[in-house]
Ligand binder design. Structure first.
Ligand code: NAG
Ligand code: NAG
Length: 252
C-alpha cells in the first residue's frame, strides 16, 4: 500500500461511505487495476483525477483570466470527500438542503445538446378558465424515458449518455406551471419579481384552474429537462442556447 501511494500520490480512499457499502462487499486492501479501474472501488482511480481542480484558475498566465473572475476552490482528489462534513443527499429530496457527492457524469458532444420548445400554449395566449388543455413541446437530443425512483435515487447516479442512440443524454422532461402569484403582482412587467420556485400551480400534469376566477390570470409554463436521476441536464459548453423553454400565457 505504501508503495502504491508513492507511485500514485493522489490515490485517496473514501472513508465516509463505509456505512453505505453493500454488506457483502469487502473493503479493498489493494488496488490492482490496470487500464480499466474497478467502477466499484472505493478509492479514486488515478485515471479519474481532474488536474484542473488542483488550481484556482487564476494563477498568473492562465488563459482566460480577466477582471471579475472568482477563485475556484481547489482539491487534489476530485473533491471526493467534499460532502463528508455535511448532510448527504443520499438519494433523497431534502427540503432543508443537502450535499451531493456523486460525480456529474458524461456530457454529450456540442452537436447533441438538448433544446426544448413549447409549441402550446403560444406566447401570450389567453386560455379559457376551467378547461383542460395540453401543453405541447418538442425536445431535441434527449434520449427520453429514463427515470429513476425520485424517492430513493434522487441525484444518486451521474448523468449518462445512451450509446445506443448515438450518445444522447438519457433522461426525461417535466412540465411546471407557475402563477398567478408574483406574476400578477404588478401590471408593469419591469417590477415583477421572479416567481417563488416553491410555489407552482402544476407539475407534470397540466389541468389548469385559475385561482382568480374572472381575472385574466398570468401563468408561466416551462420545461425542466432532467437526466435519469433528476438532475438538470449538463451540457458540454457554457455558451449555448438554453435547454429549457418557458412560455407566459394567461387564463381568463
Ligand atoms: C459493482 O457492484 C454492483 C452492485 O452494486 C454489481 O452488480 C456489479 O457487478 C459490480 N461491478 C463490478 C465490475 O464488480
Ligand atoms: C372555474 O371553477 C371555479 C371552481 O370550480 C369556479 O369558482 C369559477 O367560477 C369557474 N370559472 C369559470 C370562468 O368558469
Amino acid at each position: 500500500m505504501t508503495l502504491l501511494v508513492q507511485i500514485l500520490p493522489a490515490l485517496v480512499y473514501v472513508t465516509q461511505t463505509a456505512h453505505a457499502l453493500p454488506p457483502h462487499r469487502p473493503v479493498p486492501s489493494t488496488q490492482t487495476h490496470d487500464d480499466v479501474p474497478d467502477p466499484n472501488d472505493t478509492c479514486l482511480s488515478p485515471s479519474a483525477i481532474q488536474t484542473a481542480s488542483f488550481l484556482t484558475g487564476l494563477e498568473p498566465n492562465t488563459p482566460g483570466i480577466r477582471p471579475g473572475l472568482s477563485y475556484s476552490a481547489t482539491n487534489p482528489a476530485n473533491f471526493i470527500n467534499f460532502c463528508a462534513p455535511h448532510p448527504l443527499t443520499n438519494g433523497r429530496q431534502t427540503p432543508l438542503g443537502s450535499c451531493n457527492g456523486i460525480p456529474m457524469g458524461r456530457l454529450p458532444p456540442a452537436s447533441k445538446m438538448i433544446s426544448s420548445l413549447i409549441t402550446f400554449p403560444s406566447p401570450a395566449a389567453n386560455l379559457p378558465a376551467n378547461k383542460t388543455f395540453t401543453v405541447r413541446l418538442k425536445i431535441s437530443n434527449l434520449a427520453a424515458g429514463f427515470l429513476t425512483n425520485p424517492s430513493a435515487s434522487y441525484y444518486a447516479a451521474p448523468q449518462d449518455l445512451d450509446d445506443a442512440s448515438g450518445g444522447l443524454s438519457m433522461g426525461h422532461c417535466h412540465i411546471t406551471i407557475q402563477g398567478p402569484g408574483s406574476l400578477s403582482s404588478s401590471s408593469s412587467s419591469s417590477s415583477l419579481e421572479p416567481p417563488d420556485p416553491a410555489k407552482f400551480a402544476f407539475f407534470k400534469g397540466v389541468d389548469d384552474r385559475p385561482a382568480e376566477p374572472g381575472a385574466s390570470s398570468p401563468r408561466r409554463v416551462c420545461t425542466m429537462v432532467a437526466a435519469q436521476n433528476h438532475q438538470p441536464v449538463l451540457m458540454p459548453v457554457a455558451q449555448r442556447g438554453a435547454q429549457d423553454d418557458c412560455v407566459r400565457f394567461s387564463v381568463a
